[in-house]
Design a protein around this ligand. Structure first.
Ligand SMILES: CCCCCCCCCCCCCCCC(=O)SCCNC(=O)CCNC(=O)[C@H](O)C(C)(C)COP(=O)(O)O
Ligand SMILES: Nc1ncnc2c1ncn2[C@@H]1O[C@H](COP(=O)(O)O)[C@@H](OP(=O)(O)O)[C@H]1O
Length: 279
């Protein structure tokens, strides 16, 4: 049995933050996908690069080299970690010191980090996004590079032999100059941005309501990071990926958030380990 006092139920306009997030993220993806229908044909989408040609990109945010993508999303876990750390620091030392609550918050963070690693970085070999891509028929097509080599060596047999060569990750394929094509590519951006911002919102909301007019810098940093993530999610939804790739990114992120924030409500043993923000 929990010894912690139960907290007042947090609601926003009568809805719990969990319900609002469950609605907000699919709506954001739908909004972006709908808006993408207005992109003129003069900015064609290239399914192979999963983006618009940079030369005719319909917006700065439709370019993969936009600075927020490079410095924020591509290093996203670092920023989410930092924002969570700053938030917990202020929570613990300024307002509600509790070693138990801090340990539970750190465990939630560890669970999210483990899932992020397994999905996007490394799962005892290729990451789950890469395994899913290969399992759904994807492979590394080195034909563009092979064509160059064929011209150089004048040996089509040697060049053709370089088409697939056991490359098992998207990053490895791109590094080899190939195109990772043919499979289902779960959107890493959608997964990362929803998991990271969802975690920041659900960790902070119980405290935001209690101290709306007096939020500490940790809460502001967390909500600012979540807001920037939401904007980049909208940009991903508008300019990148197919709707199904975005949907699978959303499902994986929601499953993780469900384990972190819904399971503890249902199972006491999980609650003892993971706790619940604000309780
Ligand atoms: C309760 C909080 C406890 C916190 C305790 C620790 C505090 C430490 C303070 C700050 C130190 C930060 C250390 C963080 C360690 C990292 O996470 S470093 C890793 C940074 N790398 C990333 O974030 C990579 C993110 N990118 C991706 O996941 C993928 O690239 C992608 C964006 C999902 C998709 O990539 P594609 O190439 O587009 O496929
Ligand atoms: N909001 C955004 N801004 C810029 N590039 C984005 C983006 N969302 C997705 N992308 C790009 O689209 C590709 C697929 O992303 P993902 O699978 O992670 O969702 C990646 O290209 P690169 O891997 O060539 O950088 C990624 O950088």
């Amino acid at each position: 049995m929990s010894t912690q006092p139960s907290s007042p139920r947090t609601t926003i306009f009568g809805f719990s933050p969990l319900v609002l997030l469950t609605l907000a993220y699919p709506l954001t993806l739908a909004l972006g996908s709908l808006y993408s229908l207005t992109i003129p044909a003069s900015s064609p989408y290239n399914a192979l690069t999963q983006s618009h040609d940079p030369a005719t990109a319909p917006s700065y945010f439709a370019r993969k080299d936009n600075l927020i993508n490079i410095y924020f999303v591509k290093r996203g876990w670092f920023w989410f970690t930092l924002a969570l750390f700053v938030f917990q620091y202020y929570q613990h030392y300024v307002h509600t010191p509790s070693t138990r609550r801090l340990a539970q918050a750190a465990t939630r963070y560890a669970v999210a980090t483990a899932v992020w690693i397994l999905i996007t970085q490394w799962a005892f070999g290729p990451a789950i996004v890469d395994r899913t891509f290969a399992a759904s028929g994807g492979l590394c097509d080195l034909s563009a590079r092979a064509a160059v080599e064929e011209a150089r060596t004048d040996n089509a047999a040697v060049a053709a032999g370089k088409k697939v060569e056991g490359i098992v990750t998207g990053a490895g394929c791109r590094a080899a100059g190939g195109a990772w094509r043919g499979g289902h590519d779960i959107s890493g951006h959608v997964f990362l941005l929803i998991l990271g911002s969802g975690m920041l919102v659900l960790e902070t909301v119980p405290f935001v309501q209690r101290r709306w007019n007096n939020m500490h810098i940790g809460t502001k940093a967390a909500l600012g990071t979540a807001a920037l993530s939401w904007w980049m999610l909208l940009m991903t939804a508008t300019y990148f990926h197919t709707w199904f790739e975005k949907l699978t990114g959303l499902v994986v992120a929601f499953t993780t958030l469900g384990v972190m924030y819904i399971l503890p409500k249902e199972i006491e043993a999980v609650k003892q380990v993971l706790g619940q923000p604000g309780s």
